[in-house]
Design a protein around this ligand. Structure first.
Ligand code: NAD
Ligand code: 2HG
Length: 387
């Protein structure tokens, strides 16, 4: 029996995929697996029995990835599962910023008791007029799951699309419309584009990526959309630029005291992935990832360990070893198994950054003594007997 907990509400269609072998518990300290959305995990005590965390979503800045890795806890996310939900809201943001739709709605509400509202509206509507997005230059920073969908849809909306992503994956490049112009210097996007949208993860290297210098390069009519994370933008500088009329609008999905109510800011309450479809997709993918890891030891879509998938185990036993990505580990494992007269039928070892994972199928059961010897190797973070 495996025990799991949910640190945020997770869609039932995903949780229903847990078999009778899984029991939901309320407390993280009793769980071997945790499902999470945006709950902050940095200050949580991580129990020794916790094996896996699945982020039902893309961004993992709420999870202490290295602390988890050091404790042998595999962290997963659900790449692309909520990308369409975000893409659609990005277009809503573009439209809200291009015309004063919010001001127009507010005006209607404020005048709801006016019997002549239809007539008055025809006189007032010029105050809420704007521009169309077709024909405008859109700069997309970050061409991953969301950025590619935004860029491709913008092409279909008649926009002139520029894309910047020095680390674009082969898969994303294949999926990107050929009409998207490749930009190798992000400053060209800041200088040239009418609408700029950012879709990169929050990392030390991307924090305040859109800073005062970047904002200073933008056109006075520029619209900046941020559906990725607030800390990617120097929002103090953004608010100052908006107040001084140096750019037109800032649309953010991350409310805070700097932007909410500030001139030119349109802020939504982190709604990008809040659609039934995205929540279902994320929950389904997260539960599948957890189950595959718990039952087969396979790692698919981890953000702190390498992916490693050997399918179902067809031999007498399988062990998974999470370890530091240093030399000499595999030879130590094979010596211990060989000395115990255990034949290795199949094996995969993958490394990613500082961490690595070995999945070993064996022809006879692994004893507790062997497990203890493996655990005692310097650099081994966790040993799991999966079968
Ligand atoms: N508003 C929401 O509800 C919501 C929902 C989903 C994701 N997000 C945020 O959006 C981010 C992107 O999501 P995704 O699913 O597209 O992720 P993704 O991992 O598929 O794509 C991120 C892309 O950013 C690129 N990148 C990294 N550093 C870069 C840099 N310095 N310059 C340019 N490109 C860079 C990567 O190469 C990658 O292609 C997430 O990390 C998350 O923070 C927000
Ligand atoms: O879970 C959510 O609602 C938000 C998810 C989003 O920020 C993400 O990074 O995937």
């Amino acid at each position: 029996m495996y025990q799991y907990t949910c640190l945020n509400p997770i869609a039932g269609v995903g949780l229903d995929l847990f078999s009778d072998e899984y029991k939901k518990v309320d407390d993280l300290k009793d769980a071997q697996a945790a499902l999470v959305r945006s709950a902050a995990m940095h200050d949580l005590d991580l129990p020794d029995d916790l094996l896996a965390v699945a982020r039902a979503g893309a961004g993992v800045n709420n999870i202490p990835l290295d602390k988890c890795a050091e404790k042998g806890i595999v962290v997963f996310n659900t790449p692309g599962a909520n990308a369409n939900g975000v893409k659609e809201l990005v277009f809503a943001g573009m439209l809200y910023a291009s015309r004063d739709i919010v001001g127009g709605i507010d005006w209607c509400l404020a005048n709801q008791s006016d019997e002549n509202i239809a007539k008055t509206a025809e006189k007032q509507k010029k105050n809420f007029a704007g521009t169309e997005i077709s024909g405008k230059k859109l700069g997309v920073i970050g061409l991953g799951a969301i950025g590619v969908l935004v860029a491709n849809a913008a092409v279909h909306m008649g926009m002139d699309v520029y894309g910047y992503d020095p680390y674009i994956s082969v898969n994303a490049a294949w999926n990107l419309s050929r009409s998207v112009k490749h930009i190798s210097n992000v400053e060209d996007i800041y200088k040239e584009c009418d609408i700029i949208t950012i879709h990169v993860p929050l990392l030390d290297s991307t924090k305040k990526m859109i800073n005062a210098d970047a904002i200073a390069m933008m056109k006075p009519t520029a619209i900046v959309l941020n559906f990725a994370r607030d800390l990617l933008v120097d929002e103090e500088a953004m608010v100052d630029a908006l107040a001084a009329g140096k750019i037109k609008k800032y649309v953010s999905d991350f409310p805070n005291t700097t932007t909410v109510g500030a001139k030119g800011c349109i802020v939504t309450p982190h709604l990008g992935a809040s659609t039934a479809e995205s929540e279902d997709n994320c929950a389904i993918m997260a539960v599948r990832e957890i189950r595959d890891y718990m039952e087969n030891g396979n790692i698919v879509h981890s953000v702190n360990f390498p992916d490693c998938n050997m399918g179902a185990c067809l031999t007498a036993g399988r062990i998974g070893i999470l370890h530091k990505n240093v030399k000499g580990m595999i030879s130590q494992y094979s010596t211990i198994l060989g000395d115990a007269d255990i034949n290795v039928a199949d094996m995969t070892n993958k490394g990613k950054g500082d961490y690595a994972y070995a999945l070993i199928d064996v022809d006879s059961p692994v004893t507790e003594e062997v497990v203890n010897q493996l655990k005692a190797i310097d650099g081994v973070l966790r040993v799991r007997v999966i079968k």
